[in-house]
Design a binder for this molecule. Structure first.
Ligand code: PMP
Length: 305
């Protein structure tokens, strides 16, 4: 557990970071969050925060949707996070949770006339899906359209949709749910974007398919292009294309790159990690730990050398 949290604009012992029972965001899901990884590099005795700026850029964008006034700039948010992790002194893989929230202790469904605040904490966290390959199902829960709850923003209230899908999947014996859009196209997992390999090309649902524009998704698109010479096609994907894909994998800050072995009891490829997925997974694992000099711009080391 984190020794400290950033709370009410200062670093406080973690146990002192508590919200009042009437805080608006608890009741109405009026908060925007991020999930950021700090990846431990044993040889360097260093934690690399991965694509920190991009995460805080997305947090800022989400705050616009929820009318949350976040006074800290992206650079200031990065600095606060570095300082927090340094103070906690972690020596393992961690997960950082910033939350920008409607902080007024008041009832009433709205986004106006409410104060906002920011909290950040970090916890040790290993693999999220914790399986070598994932068995997935198509969820009976659909991903909402932008004019229902905007999936482009990581709003806490939206995640009831994800929680329903994930719970249904686990209770039915799967590892993860894949949600469709209301018009029946593939959208994403409950906490991951999805990629297919079709005819040796990468295919992934487009931004207009009700996905969160994942930072890992963008990382994979870049790495596939730079390292494997593969372009990614962003387009609507049909459910049956999943069944017929050569390879399929999920991407996310928490889940990294997780191969999909099965969708709705149809084996993908030979049911093992595919060739392209394997290559990407290997490259990605090096990049996020600051082991590939070409991509050090994506890594923020926490501890002084
Ligand atoms: N989709 C959803 C619904 C998510 O919660 C996440 C995790 N943030 C992702 C996709 C993957 O996004 P990222 O790669 O930025 O973590």
């Amino acid at each position: 557990m984190s020794a400290y949290a950033y709370f009410h604009k200062e670093f406080v012992p973690f146990s002192e970071a508590k919200l009042g029972v009437m805080t608006h965001c608890i009741h109405y899901g009026t908060a925007v969050f991020e999930g950021i990884r700090g990846n431990w590099n044993r040889e360097q005795k260093q934690i690399h925060l991965f694509r920190l700026k991009e995460h805080f850029h997305r947090l800022h964008q989400g705050c616009k949707v929820l009318k949350i006034d976040l006074p800290q700039t992206i650079d200031e948010l990065c600095q606060i996070t570095i300082e927090l992790v340094e103070k906690c002194g972690f020596k393992e893989d961690i997960y950082i949770r910033p939350l920008a929230y409607k902080s007024t202790e008041a009832l009433g469904v709205r986004l106006y006339n409410l104060d906002s605040d920011l909290l950040i904490f970090a916890i040790p966290w290993g693999p999220y899906l914790d399986v070598d390959t994932a068995k997935c199902c198509i969820s009976s829960w659909r991903r909402p359209d932008d004019n229902v709850i905007p999936p482009l923003a990581k709003c806490t209230g939206l995640y009831i949709n994800n929680a329903l899908a994930k719970t249904e999947a686990i209770e039915n014996g799967y590892d993860e749910a894949i949600m469709l859009t209301p018009d029946g196209h593939v959208s994403e997992g409950s906490g991951e974007n999805i990629f297919l390999v079709i005819d040796d090309k990468l295919v992934t649902p487009a931004g207009y398919n009700n996905i969160l524009i994942g930072i890992t998704r963008n990382t994979v698109i870049e790495l596939a292009k730079q390292e494997l010479g593969l372009t990614t096609v962003e387009r609507p994907v049909d459910r049956s294309e999943l069944y017929m894909a050569q390879e399929c994998f999920l991407t996310g800050t928490a889940a990294h790159i997780t191969p999909v072995a099965e969708v709705d009891h149809r084996q993908i490829g030979n049911g093992e990690i595919g060739e392209i997925t394997g290559k990407l997974q290997k490259i990605y694992a090096e990049v996020i730990r600051g082991k590939n000099p070409k991509y050090l711009d994506w890594c923020t080391p926490v501890y002084a050398k």
